[in-house]
Write a protein that binds this ligand. Structure first.
Ligand SMILES: Nc1ncnc2c1ncn2[C@@H]1O[C@H](COP(=O)(O)OP(=O)(O)OP(=O)(O)O)[C@@H](O)[C@H]1O
Length: 253
């Protein structure tokens, strides 16, 4: 669980992130949405303990910046926007999700191997497990990274643009996976430009603009807030009917 109060972070260039209050409860998916440069990644990096924020960001009631590396990895799994393409195969990358919790010898036990297998199964990369990362597609690489943070088996997932390279069907499958993980008790915070998915498949939407949270609540509340067109440059509208992929669609403002 994540609980933010009075958090701020100021960059040298003048950008300031200000989040008065934000809760991401266990069992819930919280989506951060907003235009390029509004501060989604900056907020996630603060929550991950990477940026030196002021104010408070608690994970499971403990201040993030005060946590040691292992304790943080046990409680939080963070997937950055562009994690890179290291020289290793898919299975090794996914296994990295376990490393922070291994002992000094760094040997995986049966539970670790089971978590890695399960994460590869859930994300659909099991059949790619022996492929080099340089030899998989952009979307497959993205899924391998998602498997890595799922394998970490922490209570909170912080995901920065996890659907960025995924095709339309896999975006839907990812949304279902995040819901499933939340159903298992995880708190999931996801920064995304997939606005339809964010509104259709999250418990809470956090709408950001220029470093501020301008609306926060259930998708229905945020959609009805009147703040979406200015913050996103597009509107969102509930849609109903058989065969639709998402419950919300984008509209022109
Ligand atoms: N390393 C950095 N040094 C200086 N300024 C930065 C750095 N990273 C981001 N910024 C600036 O901080 C602001 C917020 O950036 P951030 O990456 O948090 O936005 P974002 O909402 O995640 O954007 P996007 O949707 O494009 O990924 C922007 O003005 C950006 O230019």
């Amino acid at each position: 669980m994540i609980s933010v109060s009075g958090l701020s972070f100021r960059r040298d260039g003048g950008f300031t992130l200000r989040v008065d209050s934000l809760q991401a409860a266990d069992g819930q998916v919280c989506a951060l949405v907003g235009k390029n440069g509004c501060g989604k990644s900056t907020l996630l990096r603060c929550l991950a303990g990477i940026l030196p924020y002021e104010g408070s960001a608690l994970v499971d009631g403990r201040e993030v910046r005060g946590l040691g590396h292992r304790e943080r990895a046990r409680r939080l799994a963070y997937l950055p926007q562009d994690p890179g393409c290291p020289h290793m195969d898919v299975r090794t990358l996914v296994s990295h999700g376990r490393y922070a919790t291994l002992g000094a010898v760094r040997t995986m036990g049966e539970r670790d191997r089971a978590l890695v297998r399960r994460a590869m199964g859930l994300t659909g990369v099991w059949q790619l497990r022996d492929r080099w990362l340089s030899d998989v597609s952009g979307g497959e690489l993205q899924l391998a990274y998602i498997a890595m943070v799922v394998a970490q088996d922490s209570g909170t997932l912080l995901l920065d643009e996890p659907s960025a390279h995924l095709d339309a069907l896999r975006c839907r499958e990812l949304a279902d996976l995040l819901r499933r993980l939340a159903g298992e008790g995880l708190a999931v915070v996801v920064a995304t430009h997939d606005v339809e998915a964010a509104f259709s498949s999250s418990d809470q939407v956090c709408l950001m603009a220029e470093g501020d949270v301008v609306a926060r609540g259930t998708p229905e509340e945020v959609a009805a807030s009147g703040r979406v067109p200015q913050a996103l440059g597009v509107g969102v509208e509930r849609q109903e009917g058989p065969g639709l992929l998402w419950g919300y669609a984008l509209t022109r403002t």
